[in-house]
Design a protein. Structure first.
Length: 137
């Protein structure tokens, strides 16, 4: 046991305690090691969330109407380019021409494009390139 450990008493749900005992036995680790790793991971995740929150504080506020317009595209939906190549339908969203997808049918392609849009606008993918309209007024 490392010298910098501290003894603490925690109260666990009975089923959780039993699951920890089984996991400790099968993994050949102590319950303390498993709990320490879980708490450390949760705190690391919290730290990452706080850093993401801090980084977004500098973002320009977005009105509800602008947010909805960004989610919905225009009233008729998002425009996309598509073509058939042998047995597959290929396509990309006009706003994201660098990101192509495919489907066996055109309907499947449209489903893939919807999923792709969700991924590209989620913020989970870094450095996403977009096409936009520049207002010259």
């Amino acid at each position: 046991m490392p010298a910098d450990t501290v003894r603490a008493t925690i109260y666990l749900d009975g089923a959780l305690h039993q699951a920890l005992r089984v996991k400790a036995a099968t993994a050949h680790r102590s319950i303390s090691d498993i709990v320490n790793a879980a708490v450390r991971a949760a705190m690391q995740e919290d730290e990452e969330d706080l850093a993401a929150f801090e980084s977004r504080l500098r973002e320009k506020p977005l009105s509800y109407d602008a947010f909805r317009a960004e989610l919905d595209g225009d009233a008729s939906g998002l425009r996309y380019v598509y073509w058939q190549d042998d047995e597959f339908w290929l396509g990309y969203l006009e706003e994201f021409p660098d990101y192509w997808t495919q489907g066996v049918t055109r309907e499947e392609l449209e489903d893939q494009l919807r999923d792709l849009y969700g991924e590209l606008t989620s913020g989970r993918i870094p450095n996403v390139r977009r096409v936009a309209q520049l207002d010259m007024r």
